[in-house]
Ligand binder design. Structure first.
Ligand code: PEP
Ligand code: MN
Length: 336
């Protein structure tokens, strides 16, 4: 971090600032120029409040050189993180397919979709039991009963389950859930993130509707700072000025996050597009950009789905995406 001190600052004010920084275990190197004094801060500056320093009367500007996230940063952990979920590896160079309906609707619905997506190549079953709906009058999910149905589907198919937690008070109910999803709307629910940091469950952290990549990484940092390093990030589209799609899939985020972090990156083209026919091209683009996996909403009867039917693929459509994604993966590896 570099702090530029204003011209005219006296010795006493300057040493006050330097002593304060040193008291936080930061080494400070001072260079006095003709017009201003520049302080180079060396050490772990992730705990330093940049806004607090730039608000001081004697400070002209503050520039961060190192990113504020440490645990998630590839600079300090060059190798890819590989997360093992019931023997299925995420981030090991193969594509992880997470598929299933937006929400669990009935025993027959979740079990039959589970079987079909497994047949099509999915390793993980998704399905929401607690649903974050914009309208309080819309279907809110089956709650604890939905989690029980997911567990039954897991018993029948052997597929690990991925489902969203919305409230800290529900954490005990998630004991048999294999991957806990934190939805876009909860990406900055810091108390929830801190609690998940104390668990050893793999966490799928979705990018907030208008979150920057750094904010997403800082949210991952919250979980990791608590001791849980099994975090995967999910690009699910961000809100832009474009109304033709539900969100705008940020493909550049996938490629860039792969540079910035060692955590696996999962792409969710379903919530990005909001339109089923766009899911395939977005999924393939995400794989080309380097995604470690795809999370795709699949329903056996999209027209009658209780949630997000317009963006759901049918099982055969999902099977086609898997085949094509595998081919793109081979191209990206240079095998074709
Ligand atoms: C979901 O995955 O069903 C979901 C609600 O996603 P998001 O949080 O990305 O909107
Ligand atoms: Mn959905």
């Amino acid at each position: 971090m570099v702090v530029v001190v204003k011209k005219g600052t006296n010795e006493q004010q300057l040493s006050h600032l330097v002593d304060w920084l040193r008291s936080m275990n930061i080494d400070v190197q001072t260079s006095e120029g003709q017009y201003e004094t520049v302080l180079g801060l060396i050490g772990d500056t992730s705990r330093i409040d940049m806004d607090l320093i730039s608000g001081l009367d004697i400070v002209d500007s503050v520039t961060r050189i190192t990113e504020p996230y440490k645990s998630a940063n590839r600079k300090f952990h060059p190798d890819d993180t590989v997360i093992d979920v019931c023997g299925h590896k995420i981030g090991d160079g193969n594509l992880a397919y997470i598929a299933g309906p937006c929400s669990v609707e009935s025993p027959a619905q979740i079990t039959s979709i589970a079987k079909e997506v497994k047949e099509a190549g999915a390793a993980f079953l998704r399905g929401g039991a607690f649903k974050p709906r914009t309208s309080p009058y819309a279907f809110q999910g089956m709650g604890a009963e939905g989690l029980r149905l997911l567990e039954t589907a897991k018993k029948e198919t052997g597929m690990p389950i991925v489902t969203e937690i919305m409230d800290l008070r529900h954490l005990d109910l998630f004991e048999n859930v294999d991957v806990i999803q934190v939805g876009a709307r909860n990406m900055q629910n810091f108390e929830l993130l801190k609690e998940l940091g104390k668990t050893d469950k793999p966490i799928l952290l979705k990018r907030g509707l208008s979150a920057t990549m750094e904010e997403l990484l800082m949210s991952a940092e919250y979980i990791m700072a608590g001791g849980n390093s099994k975090v995967m990030l999910c690009e699910r589209g961000i809100r832009t000025f474009e109304p033709y799609t539900r969100n705008t899939m940020d493909i550049s985020a996938i490629a860039l996050l792969k540079e910035k972090t060692h955590l696996p990156i999962i792409a969710d083209p379903s919530h990005a597009a909001g339109i089923s026919r766009l899911v395939r091209p977005l999924a393939l683009a995400a794989v080309a950009a380097g995604a470690d996996g795809l999370m795709i909403e699949v329903h056996n009867d999209p027209k009658h789905a209780l949630c997000d039917g317009p963006q759901a693929l049918t099982p055969p459509q999902f099977a086609q995406v898997v085949r094509e994604a595998e081919a793109i993966k081979q191209v990206m590896r240079g095998n074709i």
